[in-house]
Design a protein around this ligand. Structure first.
Ligand code: SAM
Length: 200
C-alpha cells in the first residue's frame, strides 16, 4: 500500500493547520469526554501523535492505529508517549485489534476512508460494551480544503445530521456534536466538529 503521508510526516508537526486543529480537538476532547486512568483507547489515524499527546496523560494505554509507517515513526520518536502509546500500522477494516477498547478517538482521518459505514461498523466491533467514540473532522465543505488532485481523500467533510444518522444506524446513541476548531485557508473558513457517541 502506498504511504500517502510519507513526504509529509517529517514536517507534519511544524505545519500550522494540524497544530491549530489538534489544539482545538485536544481541548474539546478533555472538556467533553470523561477520561479515566484505567481506560484503553484507540486513536484511529493517529499520525504523528498530536492528539495522543493530549489524551495519554489521562488514560492507561492508547493504540495509535495508522496505515502510514512514516507518520507512526514520528509518533514513536516522541519521548512523552513512550510506554503509554503503542503504534499499530494496520488497516483495521481488514484486521481488528486483538483487544477491545473503551474509547476510540480520531482527528481528521475519517475523510480518508471511502466507506464510512464500514468504518463505523469496525469501530462498533472494536469497542467494549458501553464504549465511546470521540471523532473530529471537517464539517461539510465545498471540496476546496484539499487540492483537487489529492489522492486518498474521499469526503469533502461531513454533514452532521447525515453522520449522526449513520452512527445511530450502526449501533451508537447519544450522538452529540460541538465545534472544536476553525481553520482559515486561502481566505475560507473551515469548522471542525468533535462528535461524541456511546455504543448501545
Ligand atoms: C490528516 S492526517 C491526521 C493525523 C492526526 N490525527 C492529526 O490530527 O494530526 C490523517 C491520518 O490518517 C491516516 N489514515 C488514512 N487512512 C487510514 C486508514 N484507513 N486507517 C488508518 N489510518 C489512516 C493517514 O495515514 C494519516 O496519518
Amino acid at each position: 500500500m502506498t504511504d500517502l503521508f510519507e513526504d509529509k510526516a517529517a514536517e507534519w508537526d511544524a505545519r500550522p493547520l494540524p497544530a491549530i486543529i489538534s489544539e482545538g480537538v485536544g481541548r474539546a476532547l478533555l472538556e467533553h469526554v470523561e477520561l479515566t486512568p484505567d481506560m484503553q483507547v484507540m486513536d484511529f489515524g493517529a499520525g504523528t501523535g498530536l492528539i495522543c499527546c493530549h489524551v495519554a496523560p489521562h488514560v492507561a494505554k492508547i493504540y495509535a492505529v495508522d496505515i502510514s509507517e512514516a507518520m507512526l515513526e514520528q509518533l514513536a520518536a516522541k519521548p512523552e508517549l513512550q510506554g503509554k502509546v503503542e503504534p499499530v500500522c494496520r488497516d483495521i477494516l481488514e484486521a481488528a485489534l486483538e483487544e477491545k477498547v473503551d474509547l476510540i478517538i480520531s482527528a481528521m482521518a475519517l475523510h480518508h476512508v471511502e466507506h464510512t459505514d464500514r468504518l463505523l461498523k469496525a469501530f462498533a466491533q472494536q469497542l467494549a460494551p458501553g464504549g465511546k467514540l470521540a471523532l473530529a473532522d471537517l464539517d461539510a465543505e465545498d471540496g476546496s480544503f484539499h487540492p483537487a488532485d489529492i489522492e486518498g481523500v474521499y469526503h469533502a467533510g461531513f454533514d452532521r445530521d447525515e453522520l449522526g444518522a449513520l452512527l445511530e444506524a450502526n449501533g451508537f446513541e447519544d450522538v452529540q456534536f460541538v465545534t472544536a476548531a476553525e481553520v482559515e485557508k486561502n481566505g475560507r473558513h473551515y469548522p471542525i466538529f468533535l462528535l461524541t457517541a456511546t455504543k448501545r
